[in-house]
Ligand binder design. Structure first.
Ligand code: IDC
Length: 337
């Protein structure tokens, strides 16, 4: 193609973008098409698998923010681009705690939190990546039913705003705990999912499972009745090992669509004990079953789970030497695909 024709074509594409002709479904650039970091357009769930429009299995791989009340500065356009270009990830999770420090329901500035989510979602879209909007239920208020109405309102708002964004995945309760039963989670999901479906009828929704999103067996016995729903399994490789892998395999074999929306290479407290050997075993299992996974977390907090060294103050443009032990492992792991 001559340079002139190329220029004319690129102007036409830019104009089409500006007019919104491509909306959420834009074709790959040549570089993207040849890169291994794929974007698959709208996704759906078929049996135990996440699949593309042709029914081909899709495995998403990427990184989670830390809580956006603590570290909003890492949810910036360049950093998210780096998740793709540096780490070769195609999904970014935006973790918003409702409770805990400056949480959405705990005195946090809701408009500011929503703005951070918006920055993340739009940067993912611009870079042809998936964005997970995570209502990060945590130990502070472990039963999601306790703020069901507020969650319904939040997801109504988000799904209305991002109704045309095929790249948005909704994660409605990070980690129920404190003895929260699967039947409580189902009650909660049966209220939140219809609120999302009204605006984004085909979106993929991830539902947390009991015991910090580890009881996928309970969900497999008694799944929800909606389409395009996946179930969260979380692990921390320093703490959770072979017996947990068995549990995941069994639930997968039973037909449960599992999404590892959060995992750490370290102990479950996030503080210490990076265990790359166990992490490798986990990745082998996830790869074998085409299960998507997202690593905790993109920040430089002085704890083992962080992928950036605490001495590094950059908010994007990281080099390998800026990465922690966990970050270097992730870099190597994601780049091997
Ligand atoms: C941890 C953070 C830590 C923060 C704490 C607040 O790493 O900096 O102070 O949350 O509760 C999870 C949770 C996730 C935890 C993480 C590590 O989903 O919120 O993050 N973890 O403890 N489940 C298992 C481990």
């Amino acid at each position: 193609m001559s340079g002139k024709i190329k220029r004319i074509l690129s102007v036409m594409v830019a104009v089409a973008f500006a007019l919104g002709i491509f909306n959420a479904v834009t074709p790959f650039t040549e570089a993207e098409a040849s890169s291994k970091v794929k974007y698959y357009g709208a996704l759906h769930v078929d049996g135990a698998n996440l699949v593309d429009k042709d029914g081909k299995k899709v495995q998403l791989r990427g990184i989670s923010s830390h809580g956006v009340s603590w570290f909003p500065e890492y949810v910036n356009a360049k950093a998210i681009k780096n998740v793709k270009t540096t780490f070769k990830g195609n999904v970014f999770r935006i973790a918003m705690y409702p409770d805990e420090y400056a949480g959405y329901l705990n005195g946090g500035d809701q408009a500011k939190l929503e703005k951070t989510i918006d920055t993340g979602v739009k940067a993912c879209r611009a870079n042809k990546m998936y964005a997970i909007i995570d209502w990060h239920v945590s130990n502070a208020r472990p039963n999601p039913l306790d703020h069901k109405d507020q969650a319904v309102n939040f997801f109504k708002k988000m799904s209305e705003k991002y109704a045309s964004y095929e790249n948005v995945i909704y994660e409605i309760c990070n980690e129920p705990s404190g003895g929260t039963s699967w039947s409580d989670i189902k009650k909660y999901a049966n209220a939140v999912i219809p609120a999302i479906r009204k605006n984004a009828p085909d979106s993929v929704i991830i539902v947390g499972t009991p015991t910090w999103s580890q009881d996928v067996d309970k969900a497999a016995e008694d799944p929800l009745e909606y389409k395009n729903v996946m179930y969260a399994f979380h692990f921390y490789a320093g703490t959770h090992k072979a017996d947990m892998r068995k549990k995941v395999q069994a639930a997968h074999d039973k037909g449960l669509p599992i999404f590892v929306s959060e995992f750490g290479t370290c102990n479950a407290d996030g503080q210490s004990g990076v265990n790359t050997k166990e992490a490798d075993k986990w990745i082998k299992l996830l790869d074998k079953n085409s299960i998507s996974y997202v690593n905790w977390s993109l920040c430089n907090k002085n704890e083992a789970a962080s992928i950036i060294k605490s001495s590094c103050k950059k908010k994007s443009g990281w080099k390998k030497s800026d990465m922690s032990k966990s970050g270097k492992w992730l870099y190597k792991t994601l780049r091997k695909y």
